[in-house]
Design a protein around this ligand. Structure first.
Ligand code: FAD
Ligand code: SF4
Length: 470
């Protein structure tokens, strides 16, 4: 049947799922995309050319078997597609929602050259969402349980990826997280309009059924010590993320009304999910003029959260041009549609105000010579200073590692930018300088992506299995 459809990519164009109406979407903390219909997803699956050497698979950090599961979808074989998709990815429905596909799988699709890439991300999300709704669960019937158990610190994508591979190999993972729900930044960072939180609570239930134990509201170093973990478990995996906020280093950053991006986003999630402990922690921007500084995913999430909270205006100042923005293009386009005013080539030099923030002083930039990473460096245009009026400023300049002090008590070495040293290419993958401790995700590679954290957690699990001789 597929051979008859070999030219489907000409007859059927790329199709993205419909977005909810803008008037609704600007006010609600719900995912903006409607689910793909069965017809639409099958139409996309039929467009796949089944390239002999699928670039999409290479470009996907977890190397999903993309053409194979697209074929299973086109044959209506959802359960087999789900089983196959879980062989390489621990959270396929999450990656389908939040990966920057235009830079990864879909960017590498052969059809991206003129015809429009197959909508791979949405197909991946469709497979798992549909299979779960139909009652599919990961097949654990062939697992042979060992007597080994591993402590995992952090229930973010790295920790979950590690737990998934271990439990499927018969090793008991016990996952500790200081937060009241699993997911790390998937729950307490990425807003609901990209990823609804029921996706993570459903995952918690499924992983628990599979044999993963979660000990939430438990901070390692405070509620339980690393000594206890090292004593009671056969190995420890750390996937604790990066939580030091980067500063601009200009005057006025301490003025009331200036906030770091993550506390703003977390306070919003906590209120929406009913986890708020103290109403004073909530950073509300209703009726206020908001200026967001930065151009990555975090900045986009601040922009769009502010719109939904009912800000009077939301402007986003970024020091390079639109071409050079690090955030996903899809999310920049969504932010524009929702009413965010982008100010490109604007470098903040001060936050101004008398006792509270009143504005951001910026200069216009133009792109100069490339820096050591090949990105063109922004240069100031003389005499271009202006003040952007603001009641609230949200700073989204990124994150630096935040390794806890107790790492040194356990001989876990850090590199010169405070990342944990856990190399991929060595006898036991992602092992730290303490042989019993492994690490992965943002705390090793610096803040990056959900899918790369999942991949490192999974690879570290294979390092742990080798180390334990399982
Ligand atoms: P985290 O997700 O940070 O998880 C670490 C976990 O460890 C947390 O739950 C934390 O509570 C726990 N922890 C830390 N210390 C302790 C301790 N001592 N005891 C117990 N628990 C502890 N990536 C994308 O691919 N697409 C996106 O659209 C995207 N949007 C983003 C938006 C925002 C606002 C942010 C901040 C990031 C975004 N990212 C996105 C990046 C992505 O979320 C991260 O790269 C990814 O979550 C890193 O996974 P991780 O498991 O290493 O760490
Ligand atoms: Fe694409 Fe991400 Fe899915 Fe890989 S995990 S196929 S990069 S959406």
């Amino acid at each position: 049947a597929r051979l008859n459809n070999i030219f489907q990519f000409i007859d059927v164009g790329r199709q993205d799922p419909a977005k909810k109406d803008i008037t609704v979407r600007r006010h609600q903390f719900v995912e903006i995309y409607q689910p793909f219909s069965q017809n639409a997803v099958e139409g996309q699956a039929h467009r796949c050319l089944e390239c002999g050497n699928p670039y999409c698979e290479w470009k996907c950090p977890v190397h999903n078997f993309i053409p194979n599961w697209l074929k299973l979808i086109s044959e209506g074989n959802i359960f087999e597609a789900a089983e196959l998709s879980h062989q390489t990815n621990s959270l396929p429905e999450v990656c389908g929602r939040v990966c920057p596909q235009d830079r990864l799988c879909e960017g590498a699709c052969t059809l991206n050259d003129g015809f429009g890439a197959v909508t791979i991300g949405n197909a991946e999300k469709y497979i798992t969402d549909t299979a779960f709704a139909m009652g599919w669960r990961p097949d654990m019937s062939k697992v042979v349980w060992t007597d080994k158990k591993v402590a995992i610190i952090g229930a973010g994508p790295a920790g979950i990826g590690c737990a998934d591979v271990l439990v499927r190999s018969g090793v008991r993972p016990v996952v500790f997280d200081r937060y009241p729900e699993i997911g790390g930044l998937l729950t307490f960072g990425i807003p609901e309009f990209k990823l609804e939180k029921s996706v993570l609570s459903r995952r918690r239930e499924i992983f628990t059924e599979m044999g993963v134990e979660f000990r939430l509201n438990t901070e390692v170093g405070k509620d339980i010590t690393m000594e206890e973990l090292l004593r009671d478990y056969d190995a420890v995996f750390m996937g604790m993320g990066t939580y030091n906020y980067m500063k601009g280093g200009f005057p006025g950053e301490d003025l009331p009304g200036v906030h770091d991006a993550l506390p703003f986003l977390i306070s919003n999630v906590n209120r929406n999910l009913g986890f708020e402990k103290n109403p004073a922690d909530f950073v509300g921007v209703n009726g206020k003029r908001v200026v967001v500084l930065g151009g990555g995913d975090t900045a986009m999430d601040c922009n769009r959260t502010s719109i939904r909270q009912g800000a009077a205006s939301v402007s986003c100042a970024y020091r390079r041009d639109e071409e050079n923005m690090p955030g996903s293009r899809r999310e920049v386009a969504n932010a524009k549609e929702e009413g965010v005013n982008f100010l490109f080539n604007r470098q903040p030099i001060a936050i101004v105000g008398d006792g509270k923030v009143e504005g951001v002083k910026v200069v216009t930039t133009r792109l100069g010579a490339p820096d050591e990473k090949g990105r063109r460096r922004p240069e100031e245009v003389e005499g271009s200073e202006e003040i952007l009026p603001a009641d609230v400023v949200l700073i989204a300049f990124g994150f630096r590692p935040s390794p806890p002090d107790w790492l040194k008590d356990h001989h876990i070495a850090l590199n010169d930018w405070q990342g944990v040293i856990a190399p991929e290419h060595q006898l036991y993958k992602f092992q730290t300088s303490n042989p019993k401790v492994f690490a992965g995700g943002d705390m090793v590679r610096g803040s990056d992506l959900v899918v790369t954290a999942i991949w490192e957690g999974r690879e570290a699990a294979s390092g742990i299995l080798d180390y334990l001789g399982v």
